[in-house]
Ligand binder design. Structure first.
Ligand SMILES: Nc1ncnc2c1ncn2[C@@H]1O[C@H](COP(=O)(O)OP(=O)(O)OP(=O)(O)O)[C@@H](O)[C@H]1O
Ligand SMILES: [Mg+2]
Length: 410
């Protein structure tokens, strides 16, 4: 669009420039041709005779033009007008008639046209050079109108570009609208479907729980089967919860303002660590924490709890017995950084760009037959972003991983 307008503007400008130049040249030519016969008079009777014999001032369309008469040797005979050029006379003029082809020059604001005037010799066989006539005209008006045209084109360009941008923005929005609508419908469907799946799952869970609460009425083989059903139901419930969380986050566009309050991060993490310590103990993992008191962040506690739970679950899941997990806090300017470090299996560097993707799991994680769907980090990252924060990771295979959550302080 900009290129089209630019090319059109340049074309208009040069068309106008050429047109006006030709107009000025033909004005000068008319004047100089009208003055051509006077060279004889000026040569014989002197310049004083000009006013008497020819009404020169009537020839000038305005005070911006001037005329100069020269002999065949280029000596100035007379001059009329206001502005005169200071450049030497152009004598390299060719002729095929009484008046030569004009030479157009310019000097500063002056446009200059020179012609050579010829007369027939008495025997009328050859032409004899009588002298030269030079007419000059100020270009100032022409340049002023070019300036106005330039300004007009620039202003027109700005307005046209603004209109083009507004209309393209409008058209893009119109084009994207159906896509956004269908995406919203899809995410809403995912959210609704996940929500609806929860009810039958809860009923299955309750039924198996009741049956397992009376094991004496069951055959031992059935108890095993029911336990498998309970475990699978629990896994399915976790998956549905995770999918529902992500689907709801996607469906709410623009993101809805969640209920925010000042959360004491130290307290939240203390509670969380107490919940995870028994699991670490059972697995034989050394679990340590180093917290800083009275650091507050803006947000809501349930999702923040979920964020750090997912990181701690991973640390426990991917660290072998005898390993170590350290949860610590650092204050950095206007934010707090919570680090979850482990001495676990680590993440190969080529996998680092994928770990926050939904349903992505490293081959190692799959091969170790660890439970999981590959949603924990995607959820953690979503929550961190909802709180205007971010999660970064550094890891080395066989050495361990460090996940850092940066959150702005309240
Ligand atoms: N602390 C860690 N050490 C080693 N690998 C990790 C660690 N945390 C995450 N990963 C790798 O990143 C993958 C994605 O993690 P994420 O938490 O999203 O999924 P998951 O733990 O496999 O399943 P889910 O969290 O849904 O139960 C994991 O499968 C694992 O390969
Ligand atoms: Mg996980």
């Amino acid at each position: 669009m900009t290129a089209i307008f630019g090319v059109s503007a340049i074309t208009v400008y040069f068309f106008f420039y050429e047109n006006r130049s030709q107009q000025l040249n033909s004005q000068l030519l008319t004047l100089v041709q009208a003055a051509a016969p006077s060279i004889e008079t000026v040569k014989t009777r002197g310049s004083k005779s000009l006013d008497k014999d020819l009404p020169w001032h009537d020839l000038f369309s305005n005070k911006e033009q001037s005329l100069e008469w020269f002999t065949a040797n280029g000596k100035l005979l007379a001059k009329e007008g206001t502005y005169f050029p200071t450049i030497p006379l152009a004598k390299h003029l060719t002729s095929s008639s009484h008046v030569s082809t004009p030479v157009v020059e310019s000097q500063g604001h002056l446009r200059i046209m020179t012609i050579a005037v010829y007369t027939n010799t008495p025997d009328k066989t050859t032409l004899q050079l009588q002298g030269y006539l030079r007419v000059s005209q100020s270009n100032q008006r022409f340049e002023a109108s070019l300036g106005q045209l330039r300004l007009g084109l620039i202003l027109g360009g700005i307005i046209a570009l603004m209109l083009a941008s507004i209309s393209s923005l409008y058209l893009t929005q119109q084009a994207v609208k159906p896509m956004r609508l269908s995406f919203q419908r899809l995410t809403r469907f995912a959210a609704d479907a996940s929500h609806e799946l929860r009810n039958p799952l809860t009923r299955i869970g309750i039924a198996t729980e009741i049956m397992l609460s009376h094991p004496e009425q069951l055959k031992p083989a059935d108890v095993k089967k029911l336990e498998t059903i309970t475990l699978a139901t629990e896994q399915m419930r976790c998956l549905i919860d995770d999918v529902l969380f992500l689907a709801r986050t996607d469906a709410t566009y623009p993101p809805s303002k969640q209920e925010e309050s000042s959360i004491n991060l130290d307290q939240l993490l203390e509670t969380l660590v107490e919940r995870f310590k028994p699991q670490a103990h059972v697995k034989g993992i050394d679990f340590r924490e180093q917290f800083l008191p009275d650091l507050f962040v803006k947000g809501s506690s349930t999702p923040l709890d979920r964020l750090f739970s997912n990181l701690l679950e991973n640390a426990l899941k991917y660290t072998n017995p005898g390993g170590k997990i350290v949860v610590s806090m650092q204050k950095s300017r206007q934010s707090v950084v919570v680090s979850v470090e482990d001495t676990g299996i680590g993440i190969p560097s080529e996998y680092a760009p994928f770990i926050f993707q939904r349903f992505w799991r490293a081959d190692q994680a799959r091969s170790q037959e660890q439970d999981g769907f590959g949603l924990g980090l995607a959820i953690a990252q979503t929550i961190a972003k909802q709180h205007h924060g971010e999660i970064t990771v550094s890891s080395q295979v066989g050495v361990g991983s460090r996940f850092q959550v940066r959150l702005p302080l309240a």
